[in-house]
Design a protein around this ligand. Structure first.
Ligand code: SF4
Length: 386
């Protein structure tokens, strides 16, 4: 990471906070295993200032060594560097606390995972070279955590019973109307700074006790689940861990928790009564892939208690011309295969192109993964392959 100077117009008032030197992105825990993201700077917009989440983030961030900057307005600016890589680095080392825009209060369907998308934040501190957000976010990839959580949660009742994805599925309608919190962020990756995930988990538990039938879902590549273990979750939040063959997690998933820590965290949550899951993504036919993914399944099974309520979601690697271009700008030296010549094209209803693996290979992998789930996780519900 480069040491990016704060843009002058971003720094009208500052709290005294120690600067990080040299740049430190993750805080090692005493056990040396789990890591917390430490942004270089936390920007608090004018409208978000005074909110519980902004205060929490400023307190926690300052204690970890982040610079706290209170903005005069609501625009998050000044993150562009002279090159794409510099812009990326500045943005990825920044957390902005903002109010969710009105568009985030109109929830969209999110097939095949859930009925509706529920954003607690947009942007993510990790550095995955295949990032799903590439091409979807506008501007520099800064993480924006939403401060107006009460307002966001207040719109949920109007969506109850309106779902068309999981609510209409025979196998999943028992989950109630489902809300997916990890479409545009990794909510656990910033939880130590915002606390908004814990509040949302508890909100779903109490909301269900009041008669709502609703489920919260999120997926993560982090492992710091300690604050979640003692929450009153009511079994209404399914936590899935985004995992992959170890060689892929090591090579392409910068800034995330080690694979074994994620799997261990999944086991801890399952023992605390949470429904859990594996999101195996993005699946890639690397050399000896059946062996590599077989090892993943064996390790996952070893962490789970016998009676775990567990699901599996299987997502193969794909890219679009737009995401490829963004990723090549962010990771110019990447070794990730993004070669349209070895892929099949898939068109959406608007004519957009997606590059996926050829049909025959997809068929072979799909069959293998279905039998691996059945063999290693016989109680798991396989939700989808894509
Ligand atoms: S965890 Fe997800 S959103 Fe975050 S960098 Fe990785 S792929 Fe992108």
């Amino acid at each position: 990471m480069v040491q990016a100077p704060a843009a002058p117009h971003l720094a009208p008032s500052r709290q005294d906070a120690p600067r990080l030197s040299p740049v430190k992105l993750f805080e090692e825990r005493p056990n040396g295993k789990q890591r917390l993201w430490v942004p270089k700077r936390i920007l608090v917009t004018r409208s978000a200032a005074g909110s519980e989440i902004a205060k929490h983030a400023a307190e926690r961030g300052a204690a970890l060594g982040a610079e706290i900057i209170h903005l005069k307005g609501d625009q998050v600016r000044g993150l562009r560097g002279e090159t794409e890589v510099e812009t990326y680095r500045r943005a990825k080392s920044t957390l902005a606390i903002v109010n969710a825009p009105p568009s985030a209060l109109k929830l969209q369907p999110i097939p095949p995972s859930a009925d509706f998308r529920l954003d607690l934040a947009v942007g993510c501190p990790a550095h995955c070279q295949y990032c799903y957000l590439a091409g979807s976010l506008q501007g520099p990839p800064v993480t924006r955590a939403y401060a107006n959580l009460d307002e966001i949660l207040s719109v949920l009742p109007s969506y109850l019973g309106q779902g068309r994805i999981t609510s209409r599925s025979d196998a999943r309608s028992h989950e109630g109307t489902t809300f997916e919190a990890s479409c545009y962020t990794d909510p656990l990756g910033i939880e130590h700074l915002t606390g908004s995930l814990s509040r949302t988990i508890e909100h779903f538990a109490s909301w269900n006790r009041e008669g709502a039938e609703a489920g919260l879902r999120f997926t993560t590549k982090y492992a710091e689940v300690e604050p979640l273990l003692a929450l009153d979750h009511g079994g209404r939040t399914r936590v899935r861990f985004s995992v992959n063959a170890e060689a892929i997690t090591r090579r392409f998933e910068g800034g995330t928790a080690p694979l074994q820590d994620r799997l261990h965290a999944m086991g801890r949550l399952a023992r605390a009564g949470y429904p859990v899951g594996l999101t195996i993504a993005p699946i890639m036919p690397i050399q000896d892939w059946p062996e590599a993914y077989g090892d993943l399944f064996r390790k996952a099974a070893a962490e789970l208690p016998q009676d775990a309520d567990v699901t599996a979601e299987l997502i193969t690697h794909r890219f679009t011309p737009g995401s490829r271009e963004v990723l090549m700008g962010w990771y110019p030296a990447t070794k990730l295969e993004m070669d349209p010549a070895v892929r099949a094209q898939k068109r959406n209803k608007f004519g957009g192109v997606k590059y996926v693996y050829p049909k025959e290979l997809m068929g072979e992998m799909k069959a293998w993964f279905a039998s691996a789930v059945a063999e290693h996780l016989p109680n798991a519900q396989l939700l989808y392959w894509t």
